[in-house]
Design a protein around this ligand. Structure first.
Ligand code: ZN
Length: 243
């Protein structure tokens, strides 16, 4: 189905759902009830340490607009628990190490099995593209003033997603949380994959997923491999390690 057809179908489904809700009563039920005021919370808890608050979590409903996103380790977090923020910080740091290493490999001009496995037959033009991609991925990863935004509000079973036109917000989903920090299909590698999608970074697509698919693509269509996010992820993860 075309994108437009798909969008029309989604709109139609939403209209039908709204119609059913209207028939059932209030179409926009507001059952949110504030049970605390920010002033009271501040008075009650401002003297508590972060550790004490984390040890005894308090759940309240407050009304208002989100004024400040928490930024830790130079990364912004949206809808992440303290544990998720800490884990995601480790993942970004792993991705930073990966992108640094990948950029260094390509800057050195090495054409080893690591390159040919994931990006196919060598030409200087394609090698230049791979080099540019990892220089851009590395610069984006190294940003340290909250530009990288990890959004924990995804409950889907896949790893993560981004809107390529909205750098540098990365939505992480269920498979991300259960992935290892480093290695094949890891948290660090997932962030390389997602970062490569942003148009201002490398503008990659998802042509194929998985190591086997990515290897086959590199062999049959090296230009496709340079346009496929997973090839960048596996080149960066370099597992099993190749030169
Ligand atoms: Zn992708």
């Amino acid at each position: 189905m075309s994108d437009e057809g798909q969008e029309n179908r989604l709109i139609a489904e939403r209209r039908a759902k709204l119609q059913r809700l209207r028939e059932a009563g209030n179409a926009y039920p507001n059952d949110f009830r504030r049970d605390a005021l920010a002033d009271e919370l501040l008075a009650a808890y401002q003297s508590h340490s972060a550790e004490a608050l984390a040890a005894q979590p308090v759940t309240v409903n407050v009304a208002g607009r989100l004024m400040v996103k928490r930024v830790g380790g130079g990364i912004s977090f949206v809808g992440c628990s303290a544990t998720q923020s800490a884990t995601a910080t480790d993942a970004v740091n792993q991705a930073r190490a990966y992108s640094e290493n990948a950029k260094g490999y390509l800057a050195g001009g090495t054409v080893g099995p690591r390159y040919t496995t994931w990006f196919g037959a060598y030409t200087s033009s394609r090698y230049g593209t791979a080099s540019q991609h990892f220089a851009a991925i590395d610069s984006a990863m190294d940003q340290n003033n909250g530009e990288i935004k990890i959004n924990c509000g995804c409950n889907q079973n896949y790893y993560a997603y981004v809107y390529p036109t909205r750098p540098y917000e990365i939505f992480v989903c269920r498979a991300f949380w259960s992935a290892p920090l480093a290695g094949t299909d890891s948290k660090g590698g997932t962030l390389i994959h997602e970062m490569s999608h942003f148009n201002v970074v490398a503008g990659t697509d998802d042509i194929v997923y998985g190591q086997t698919g990515a290897k086959n693509l590199a062999a049959s269509d090296p230009n496709g491999a340079l346009n496929n996010a997973d090839n960048h992820e596996y080149f960066a993860e370099n597992k099993p390690a190749q030169n």
